[in-house]
Ligand binder design. Sequence first.
Ligand code: DQA
Length: 162
Amino acid sequence: MHTVLLLNGPNLNLLGSREPEIYGAATLAEIEEKCRSWGAELGLDVDCRQSNHEGELVELIHDAAGRCSGVVINAGAFTHTSVALLDAIRAVGLPTVEVHLSNVHARESFRRRSYIAQAALGAISGFGADSYRLALQALALHLSATGSPTTGSPTTGSPGSG
Ligand code: DQA
């Protein structure tokens, strides 16, 4: 069983009441519950975390190294601004799928730039809560194709994991 970090960034704790016409009516707790059950169907143990703080998100990514096989991340607005999150994902080397509830390409132009995308396997955007389901499926496919061990580094193991 692979453990996967499901990381949500700023303002996503307000899902359910935050701009429901864009982000839907489901709360973050409801989406996380669905993700745990979708994950179980895929053989993934989904560890759900959320923070409004960039540094805390960086630390949660660091903490996933050696413990998780991959990351699904909705970095919220930090998607479009954060070199620190890009560097953290590169630093740990875990396969990462970027996810967005809304279709970021159909919105303001500043949402079209993603720093996360430069380190991610790919991105899923625009399918509401189902974006997370598709992201978990994509990560599960990647993990079974690469035969990644629980450390997430398919050929060499992760440094210090022992
Ligand atoms: C979002 C899209 C971002 O542009 C926005 O800042 C968010 C949510 C989404 O899930 O659609 O906070 O990541």
